[in-house]
Design a binder for this molecule. Structure first.
Ligand code: AMP
Length: 114
């Protein structure tokens, strides 16, 4: 399913140009437009889910995390480390209503998050 008004659906379909760094039949990964770390990549499913709460087939989470781990390896982040985050809903800090995983790296990331 797609949502024709969804910005990430448009990115996945190539209707909005982005620096894509990985894609397969399930997911697309591209650089965040407002990076919060030296490396900030978003991994999204091609299919539209408004948030993680809307997912019915859990296998998409394996696709997102597995792709992020592969991207991290390809970008040489294994040794220095990285963080994967899925913001969900209002208090989770989600601003774009299309499921996405943040891959952040390149600086010391604080904990707990703000
Ligand atoms: P969240 O706050 O978890 O929903 O994250 C949404 C992310 O999408 C933010 O980090 C935004 O900077 C990013 N974002 C929004 N629009 C675009 C875009 N057109 N291209 C790349 N990243 C975007």
């Amino acid at each position: 399913m797609k949502d024709e008004n969804c910005i990430f659906c448009k990115i996945a379909d190539g209707k909005i140009p982005t620096e894509k760094i990985f894609e397969n039949d399930k997911v697309v990964a591209f650089r965040d437009i407002d990076p919060q770390a030296p490396t900030h990549v978003l991994v999204i499913p091609r299919e539209h889910f408004a948030s993680s709460s809307q997912v019915e087939d859990d296998s998409i989470f394996g696709d997102l995390v597995g792709s992020a781990v592969k991207i991290a390896k390809d970008l040489g982040l294994d040794e220095s480390g990285y963080r994967m985050v899925i913001n969900t809903g209002k208090q989770g800090g989600q601003s774009v209503p299309h499921l996405h995983l943040h891959l952040l790296a390149g600086r010391n990331l604080g904990w707990p998050p703000g």
